[in-house]
Design a protein around this ligand. Structure first.
Ligand SMILES: Cc1cc2nc3c(=O)[nH]c(=O)nc-3n(C[C@H](O)[C@H](O)[C@H](O)COP(=O)(O)OP(=O)(O)OC[C@H]3O[C@@H](n4cnc5c(N)ncnc54)[C@H](O)[C@@H]3O)c2cc1C
Length: 420
């Protein structure tokens, strides 16, 4: 018997025998209208069961992968399955750019927006904040476009895969720009304690990496935009951290060949904002991930609290990345009306032990009103997750209106979001 499909990490085997791959809109409509339950799979980079279904799982990668600049040149309309890597190259060729990217360019635009995927930067919203309209196929096969400004728009974009099949999205763009990437090593703990906000705000995008050992912050990845902030003032020593003398990988012991260019060499935004290059395996490939978001004002305290108890989980950590995301207005976004600090864990690929360690992390973060990433592993009870999303009732109503039979729902959504 053929093996059932898995997600990218291989920690999840989907409940289906195979993934449907329609080659046209008509084929897709035929599949949608005859399905009892259906879920779209993007590039499968989520670690949680958010993309799983007991019905039909469908990839849109066989549909035309269209990317088109809109006539006024300030936005681009892209098919849902297109990956950020291809979109970014297209935009750069046309002299345009997005405001930010996640750590990897391998993920689909629709799948990333559905889970509120983010990069870093105190002024940068998640990737979904670039969306200005979205075209969706409903369970009855009809197609509808939602536009920014409509009441429900803030509900559909971070849609967790439950609002229908996202056929295409229009994203706002800006003129292309250069980024310089610097990696600093061994940031002293006292600098972090005294200057956390200044460090996180020092450049367009800043990421801290730790293994929860001394020195606490092993690497600081600084992505500097000279067109916005002039000459990078960091120098060889910055906040008593040393400029790395060669390229680095954020995980210890891994060749930096898969990482985007560093050492301050200016280059196009799409070749610096992600940590990992499109033509290589991102991160380690042998891992599972979790991530939690706390209000930015609690970010340092949350990191300090985790450090206190880190002996209970650090042996499972390949790297923790600490980033910032600016507030947005999407109902199911973890950054809904709050600037956050994101605390991410690249764990060893041992899900049983990771799931056993997660409650300690979650209990430690609970006083800081942490919520989890939709696409990553958590053991937080569903009612605690729900409590972190003030518009979840509106989202539930919207999902019921758009999809009265619950065709696009799955066990994950039923358990965490749509309990009744
Ligand atoms: C190595 C690695 C690094 C990562 N780095 C980051 C990071 O920097 N920042 C971050 O926030 N996350 C990060 N993630 C998580 C990742 O960005 C999210 O899980 C994202 O959702 C993956 O996109 P995808 O295309 O693989 O979506 P999938 O995992 O395939 O699907 C996610 C959800 O979107 C839905 N969906 C997908 N396409 C459609 C569509 N066309 N219509 C309707 N619903 C759809 C699915 O049903 C599912 O509910 C990382 C993951 C990995 C493996």
């Amino acid at each position: 018997m053929a093996q059932r499909p898995t997600n990218w990490a291989g920690n999840l085997t989907f409940h289906v025998e195979h993934v449907h791959r329609p080659a046209s809109l008509d084929e897709l409509r035929e599949l949608v209208t005859r399905s009892h339950r259906l879920r779209v799979l993007g590039t499968g980079h989520s670690f949680s069961a958010i993309a799983d279904t007991t019905g039909n799982l469908v990839s849109l990668a066989g549909l035309p992968q269209s990317i088109a600049m809109d006539p006024d040149g300030t936005s681009v309309t892209v098919a849902g399955a297109v990956r950020y890597g291809e979109l970014s190259e297209y935009l750069h060729r046309h002299g345009r750019a997005l405001h930010n990217l996640g750590s990897l360019p391998h993920i689909s635009v629709a799948g990333s927006c559905a889970t509120a995927t983010h990069g870093s930067g105190v002024g940068n919203g998640g990737l979904a904040t670039a969306v200005t309209s979205m075209t969706v196929m409903s369970a009855d096969g009809t197609v509808r476009t939602f536009h920014a400004g409509e009441d429900v728009f803030a509900g559909v974009v971070v849609g967790l895969g439950t609002v229908g099949v996202v056929l295409d999205l229009t994203l706002t763009t800006e003129p292309t720009y250069n980024v310089e990437q610097y990696v600093y090593e061994d940031l002293p703990r006292s600098e972090l304690d005294d200057h956390f906000d200044a460090i996180m705000s020092a450049a367009y995008s800043v990421s801290l990496f730790t293994q929860w050992q001394d020195p606490l912050i092993r690497q600081v990845w600084v992505k500097h935009r000279p067109d916005r902030h002039g000459v990078w003032q960091g120098g060889e020593t910055w906040h008593r951290a040393r400029l790395a003398d060669g390229p680095r990988h954020p995980l210890p012991g891994i060749s930096p060949v898969s990482c985007t260019e560093q050492l301050g060499v200016a280059g196009p935004w799409q070749e610096r904002l992600p940590h990992f290059r499109l033509d290589f395996t991102p991160s380690n490939g042998e891992e599972v991930q979790s991530e939690f978001f706390v209000p930015r004002e609690h970010g340092l305290a949350a990191v300090q609290a985790l450090h206190e108890v880190s002996s209970g989980f650090s042996h499972l950590v390949q790297a923790t990345e600490i980033r910032t995301v600016a507030a947005d207005t999407h109902w199911m976004s973890p950054y809904y009306q709050r600037d956050v600090v994101a605390v991410h864990f690249t764990w060893v690929k041992d899900q049983t032990r990771v799931l056993a360690a997660l409650p300690l992390v979650e209990k430690t973060l609970a006083p800081y009103r942490a919520v989890p990433h939709w696409g990553k592993l958590t053991t937080m009870p569903a009612d605690e997750v729900r409590a972190g999303f003030p518009r979840i009732g509106d989202f539930r109503e919207l999902a019921r209106t758009l999809d009265p039979q619950g065709m696009f729902r799955n066990d994950f959504v039923d358990r965490v979001v749509c309990t009744v």
